[in-house]
Write a protein that binds this ligand. Structure first.
Ligand SMILES: [Zn+2]
Length: 60
């Protein structure tokens, strides 16, 4: 069972090979050998590394 790296819940759906989406956090993450990459969906549907654009999205 895969748990979300952010909320640790099982509210996770598989969207691709080693790729999952958490519908609690609205983030997508990919599980790799030694790390888990977290992405957030931008308004245009592209994936952004989680956290890097928070200053941009805050205050919208
Ligand atoms: Zn989550």
């Amino acid at each position: 069972m895969v748990a979300c790296p952010l909320c640790q819940k099982n509210t996770v759906g598989k969207v691709g090979t080693n790729q999952y989406y958490c519908w609690e956090c609205f983030v997508e993450f990919s599980i790799q050998k030694d790390k888990t990459m977290i992405y957030e969906l931008s308004d245009d549907g592209s994936l952004l590394p989680y956290g890097e654009n928070q200053q941009l999205t805050m205050g919208n």
